[in-house]
Design a binder for this molecule. Structure first.
Ligand SMILES: [Mg+2]
Length: 233
């Protein structure tokens, strides 16, 4: 039987914090070039602010701290962050996992600002593993999750039923609620900012795993004839 495995990207295939820190580094470099602000100091400031308040007004606080705040400069920092070339990568274990699934069509469906998501896809080398990495906002953010739009497209392209497709994501607020009623299988991985969330039954995935190491086991629970490359028959 044909099965299709679809992944979320941020905090599913790699730790999004590594992207955030890579962006902070780019902003620190930019402020050093513009104002000779010490790179390590401003980088440390941003990381501390992130821990303290989460993402939000970090660049405002940073520019105020150095006495160079203007709204234009905040926008410039946001652009530097969003368009920087990220230094992120897939862990060896993730590469092994994706290789072990290579007999199945693999996809990524990721929300977010399209140029940023495309830079991440490129930096992670996802084209080596995925049949297609879909930036869901490319046809408008209304087609992003929880919209089932791209998942219905995958069903159409692959000529399968939703029950032959699984989506693996980390954010129950939006990753599963739109596709579960259509018959798609869903797996939530407890990673990143949402790992401790307690979703409603409507939002929760069909299966919950602590890390993707458990994925092959769960895929075989969903589809008994699912085969992992390299395993003993
Ligand atoms: Mg995610």
């Amino acid at each position: 039987m044909k099965y299709v495995v679809v992944f979320d990207m941020d905090d599913t295939l790699y730790e999004e914090l590594t992207y955030v820190k890579s962006g902070f580094k780019a902003v620190a470099d930019f402020l050093n070039e513009e104002f000779m602000i010490d790179i390590n100091e401003s980088y440390t400031f941003m990381c501390a602010r992130l821990l303290q308040d989460g993402r939000g007004s970090i660049f405002n606080a940073l520019l105020e701290y150095y006495g160079v705040y203007t709204s234009d400069l905040v926008k410039k920092c946001v652009d530097v962050y969003r368009y920087h070339q990220p230094t992120i990568k897939l862990q060896a274990e993730m590469i092994n996992l994706l290789n072990s699934l290579k007999n199945y069509p693999l996809y990524v469906v990721t929300d977010g600002f399209v140029p940023t998501q495309e830079k991440k896809i490129q930096a992670l080398g996802l084209s080596n593993f995925m049949k297609k990495s879909i930036t869901s906002y490319s046809l408008g953010s209304d087609k992003g999750k929880p919209s089932p739009y791209w998942f219905k497209q995958i069903v159409h392209w692959e000529k399968v039923e939703p029950t032959q497709v699984v989506y693996i994501g980390d954010n129950a607020n939006k990753d599963f609620v739109g596709i579960k009623p259509l018959g798609f299988h869903t797996i939530r991985v407890e990673t990143g900012d949402y790992k401790d969330q307690v979703p409603s039954d409507l939002h929760e995935a069909e299966h919950v795993i602590e890390c993707l190491r458990e994925l092959p086991h769960v895929l075989k629970k969903i589809w008994q004839d699912f085969r992992i490359e390299g395993e003993l028959k």
